[in-house]
Design a protein around this ligand. Structure first.
Ligand code: CA
Ligand code: CA
Length: 117
């Protein structure tokens, strides 16, 4: 096996995406696409935190319908990667928002400072 250790976090993240997809896509039907059942399993097992424990089928159905761009009832790797991209963008937005909210106000505790100049 060509198991070269990834040389960067980004490369290992890409490998994880590919591995994770195939871990679920190979369970039933077409080996290279996710059926509704496979997608649901992947979402619940791997993305439960981000998707807010969406146990209800409606949320999964919605993701499925959004993702299945060519309407063949299966999610292929390209369609999956679009979901991951969208989720990553959402995380980044959250991160930026958090950062700006968390920004300490300058000089807010500088009351007692008596500078002689
Ligand atoms: Ca499959
Ligand atoms: Ca599709």
């Amino acid at each position: 096996m060509g198991d070269n250790p990834p040389s960067s976090n980004l490369e290992s993240a890409m490998q994880m995406l590919i591995k994770t997809f195939h871990k679920y896509s190979g369970k039933e039907g077409d080996k290279y696409t996710l059926s509704r059942g496979e997608l649901k399993e992947l979402l619940l097992e791997e993305l439960g935190t981000y998707l807010g424990n969406s146990r209800d089928n409606e949320a999964v159905e919605k993701v499925m319908n959004d993702l299945d761009a060519n309407n063949d009832g299966e999610v292929d790797f390209t369609e999956f990667i679009i979901l991951m991209g969208a989720l990553t963008v959402a995380c980044n937005d959250f991160f930026l928002e958090f950062k700006s909210d968390d920004k300490p106000k300058e000089e807010s505790k500088g009351h007692s400072a008596e500078k002689k100049n």
